[in-house]
Design a binder for this molecule. Structure first.
Ligand SMILES: C[S@@+](CC[C@H](N)C(=O)[O-])C[C@H]1O[C@@H](n2cnc3c(N)ncnc32)[C@H](O)[C@@H]1O
Length: 307
């Protein structure tokens, strides 16, 4: 079982253990693992796989149980419901990554196309992670994957009911790429369709969210591939600049670890003069997580009808 599913497993295990009254010895929760090297994480994933196998064999737990008991799965399911996906919808999931939102959408609708550029950059093996999850959750008849750039979606005009980008545009190249993708999402939705953007915003309402923001900021500063969270105003401005008006937005705060900012500072990749500050910032963020845990900040759901 791949890392993708084991990450869900790490989050689900404490809830499953409580449900089946299982005592976990030596189990390390995700928040205990921050600060560990990638090898440390791999070892934890391996242990997690063993515990999950026990749940599968002794308690007939399924991968759906794992997904629905993980913070990631709980948040994506809540979002899919909040967005109001309907049974008959055809959904384009833009920047689907390893498929966390694709899975939630596929639980509610008849067809989901997961689109992602999958250009490496720390995301090696994500298509196989995506496919593995879709197979394990028995969604192959509803879900397909499309390797493409969201700036040029290889679908016809008006061919989907909803084009949704969940926790993905912050991984786009820059604001121009985001605006191009927004125009494409608008192009492919049907006359009565809707495009929906879900993005975390840089606001902390508690210490665990503060800890998340501190480590995510480090990740953005000292590795590549992540833009820092945009404010609600910045996101709305990008839509305006893309020529899309009439957006409706709502802030939600599920207070779950829905987008764990797993990041290990590799000082050897930094310029000498940056190492000291980077290490201090990183250590401070890890310390915050150890003391308060890690929870994703609030997110904004922005909906726009076809222009
Ligand atoms: C955080 S991940 C996926 C989040 C996922 N939707 C979820 O629910 O967890 C963001 C994804 O955006 C993708 N991405 C970045 N730039 C892109 C582009 N120009 N077109 C399509 N996908 C892109 C990345 O490859 C990455 O897999």
């Amino acid at each position: 079982m791949g890392v993708n599913l084991q990450l869900l497993g790490l989050q689900a295990i404490p809830r499953l253990a409580k449900k089946f009254n299982v005592k976990l010895e030596g189990f390390m929760a995700l928040s205990d693992l921050y600060g560990r090297t990638p090898e440390g994480f791999q070892a934890a994933y391996k242990d997690c796989g063993k515990i999950l196998n026990r749940f599968f064999e002794e308690f007939h737990v399924s991968w759906w149980d794992v997904y629905l008991n993980s913070d990631i799965g709980m948040e994506r399911m809540a979002l899919a419901k909040e967005i109001g996906l309907k049974e008959g919808d055809v959904v384009l999931d833009v920047g689907c990554g390893r498929g966390y939102f694709t899975i939630a959408a596929a639980k509610l609708v008849k067809e989901v196309v997961g689109l992602d550029i999958m250009d490496g950059g720390g995301r090696y093996g994500w298509w196989s992670n995506f496919k593995e999850a879709i197979v394990e959750l028995k969604l192959t008849d509803k879900v397909s994957g499309l390797k493409a750039d969201a700036q040029s979606v290889p679908l016809k005009d008006c061919s989907v009911d909803k084009a949704v980008a969940v926790h993905s545009i912050r991984n786009f190249q820059d604001e121009r790429a985001i605006q191009n993708a927004m125009r494409e999402m608008n192009r492919v939705i049907s006359k009565d369709g809707e495009m929906v953007i879900v993005e975390s915003i840089p606001i902390a309402r508690n210490k665990a969210q503060e800890a998340h923001l501190a480590l995510y900021r480090c990740k953005c500063k000292y590795s590549s591939g992540d833009l820092f969270y945009f404010t609600q105003e910045e996101l709305l401005e990008m839509l305006e600049k893309a020529g899309l008006r009439g957006a409706d937005s709502k802030v939600i705060d599920y207070n779950l670890s829905a987008t764990p900012p797993i990041f290990y500072l590799n000082a050897s990749l930094l310029k000498e003069e940056r190492i000291k500050d980077a290490q201090m910032e990183y250590d401070k963020a890890i310390d915050l997580i150890k003391r308060h845990g890690e929870v994703s900040p609030p997110a904004v759901i922005i909906r726009v009808s076809k222009s």
